[in-house]
Design a protein around this ligand. Structure first.
Ligand SMILES: Cc1cc2nc3c(=O)[nH]c(=O)nc-3n(C[C@H](O)[C@H](O)[C@H](O)COP(=O)(O)OP(=O)(O)OC[C@H]3O[C@@H](n4cnc5c(N)ncnc54)[C@H](O)[C@@H]3O)c2cc1C
Length: 373
């Protein structure tokens, strides 16, 4: 089948990969360059983790996600996953660590508790509040997303997949699997996959009220050499307690430490110029300073303004429209880790291998594995 894929972020590229390996003919349309640095997926890395709140179906779906990455690594001939382990810290009543532990317990997921002394010993670079402990899983780490995107583009190019850059889609006709381009051209297929990330509401009016594009800034930091030694072999971090919603990737693979804070993100327009505002690095450092000792000795080596998509309940929004048109959007800034499995599922749903009606429930992690297989 000829399948039009709108968007060359990780989800669209994964859908094209799945289609091509199943013998279909994907046609990839990307509004910007290939790769597009404005895509949510485009950054040095994104976190992948087992940790999810109790009741969040993604705690189950994540195992399907890992299996899909394994299939991708096999096809690419190398893995872009660095399994550092994932550590959540905190301890005060209301800290996310408790919700997360409940989530593990509900699913029977094994984890380790690092008592305060062990946490301080293993992570001497942390500034800990009295009673802070760690919740650790050996599974979890960083997906090197820029490298995944580069390899997927090369893999698709080698197989002769048609990929159009600067091919902005301004309208879609789901019943005809047709995309209308900004230059007036039209591209039609047997099926259509919409993987337009934070721009999805612009293409699909009916989804717009449920989608909120949000602007987020990440900072790259280089610790001084004495502290850099302490970071060697560190896990990735998720949430240091409190309400800042911090995520952190330690220095790895020659890349500097990266962090961001959910509390610093705000609604915005993904098409607006990506400018760092005066004072923003300092604002962001303010979220991290209580948790990292000697932070003022770290050097800021870079920053990136990114956009991602949110929904009111932060669940993924995916589904089928008329004809063979399907869509997905990564709400709550969590889709990178699910991109390979989401792209595969969309491709299956577009080509008749999975019921598109099941997509919404599957994306919420509500389907039992047998129904989703
Ligand atoms: C700061 C930050 C940190 C994050 N951290 C994590 C994390 O640790 N773990 C995690 O799992 N997720 C994380 N996310 C979320 C994750 O990056 C996204 O959910 C995911 O990359 C979305 O992938 P996508 O392919 O759906 O969208 P995108 O990567 O945005 O790709 C969509 C593509 O569609 C193109 N497009 C849009 N509209 C059109 C159109 N009309 N015509 C043609 N092309 C179009 C865009 O240009 C873009 O290239 C984070 C996001 C941000 C911003």
């Amino acid at each position: 089948m000829r399948v039009i894929v709108v968007g060359a972020g990780l989800v669209g590229l994964s859908a094209a990969w799945w289609l091509a390996r199943q013998g279909h003919e994907p046609v990839l349309l990307e509004q910007g360059p290939l790769p597009n640095p404005a895509a949510s997926s485009f950054d040095r890395h994104r976190l992948i983790r087992l940790a999810h709140a109790a009741g969040d179906g993604r705690g189950r779906l994540i195992h399907e996600a890992y299996a899909a990455w394994e299939r991708l690594w096999a096809d690419l001939g190398r893995s872009h996953y660095r399994e550092t382990g994932m550590l959540v810290t905190g301890g005060a009543p209301g800290d996310w660590i408790h919700t997360c532990r409940d989530g593990f317990d509900a699913l029977g997921q094994a984890y380790d508790i690092w008592e305060p002394g062990e946490l301080a010993r293993r992570c001497p670079f942390l500034e800990l509040a009295p009673g802070d402990f760690g919740l650790f899983t050996a599974r979890g780490g960083a997906l090197l997303t820029e490298r995944i995107i580069a390899d997927l583009l090369a893999w698709l190019a080698e197989r002769g997949v048609v990929m159009r850059d600067n091919g902005q889609v301004v309208a879609v006709e789901p019943s005809r699997a047709r995309a209308v381009l900004a230059d007036g051209g039209q591209v039609e297929g047997d099926a259509l996959i919409i993987a337009a990330g934070a721009w999805t509401g612009r293409l699909l009016d009916r989804l717009a009220p449920r989608l909120e594009p949000r602007r987020a800034v990440v900072l790259y930091l280089r610790p001084p050499p004495d502290i850099a030694r302490e970071w060697a072999g560190s896990p990735c971090f998720l949430d240091f307690g409190g309400t800042s919603d911090i995520y952190l990737v330690p220095p790895l693979d020659g890349m500097d430490l990266k962090f961001g804070a959910g509390a610093h993100s705000r609604p915005g327009d993904p098409a607006a110029p990506r400018r760092l505002e005066a004072g923003e690095p300092e604002e962001l450092l303010g979220f991290l300073r209580p948790h990292i000792s000697g932070l003022d000795r770290y050097r800021v080596t870079g920053a990136r303004v990114c956009f991602t998509c949110y929904s009111p309940d932060q669940a993924f929004i995916a589904g089928g429209l008329e004809g063979r048109t399907v869509y997905a959007t990564g709400c709550s800034g969590q889709m990178a880790k699910f991109a390979a499995v989401m792209g595969s599922r969309l491709a299956e749903a577009a080509t008749g291998g999975f019921d598109p009606m099941l997509l919404p429930g599957w994306a919420r992690g509500e389907l039992p594995p047998a129904a989703a297989a």
